[in-house]
Design a protein around this ligand. Structure first.
Ligand code: ATP
Length: 136
């Protein structure tokens, strides 16, 4: 069975949407294998977002992700990496399709960083790398 890392980002936790987001994952038929809630530090976030270093949204993104608690979930299921990205919707929450987490629950709040409620690993290589970072 495939595993992926899902993060409910600080906007999702602060808005009280954690339960709704996790419920959608369970309703799809995926399993929540492990869960934790904490405010991540800069070192973890710089490792997690290493591929974006130098991009204009990188610093605002790291600052946003350090701004409060996140909920990290290890999620399993057949084709869960692709399946969760489909549930999440496209990156831009303003235009993400209705029916998706970002489309139903998200919108833009500021111009520097897209506060789009969730993260999901984008490949099996990323999932393995990210799960090692967040769950050790
Ligand atoms: P997706 O892969 O579906 O785009 P993601 O969360 O994996 O979603 P990344 O491209 O890995 O997106 O970018 C990481 C995060 O950085 C995004 O989720 C978003 O919060 C922020 N981000 C990405 N691109 C931009 C951008 N052009 N402007 C502002 N913030 C951005």
């Amino acid at each position: 069975t495939e595993h992926t890392l899902v993060l409910v980002k600080p906007d999702g936790v602060a808005r009280g949407l954690t339960g709704q987001i996790l419920a959608r994952i369970e309703a799809k038929g995926y399993e929540l294998v492990d869960l934790k809630k904490f405010t991540p530090g800069r070192e973890l976030l710089e490792a997690h977002y290493a591929e974006h270093e130098g991009k204009p949204f990188y610093e605002p993104l790291v600052a946003f992700m350090m701004s409060g608690d996140v909920v990290a979930a290890k999620v399993s299921g057949h084709r869960v990496i692709e399946g969760f990205r489909s549930l999440a919707g496209t990156t831009d929450p303003t235009t993400a399709a209705p029916g998706t987490i970002r489309g139903d629950l998200g919108r833009d709040w500021d111009l520097k960083v897209q506060q789009n409620l969730v993260h999901g690993s984008d490949s099996s290589e990323s999932a393995e790398r990210e799960l090692a970072l967040w769950f050790g």
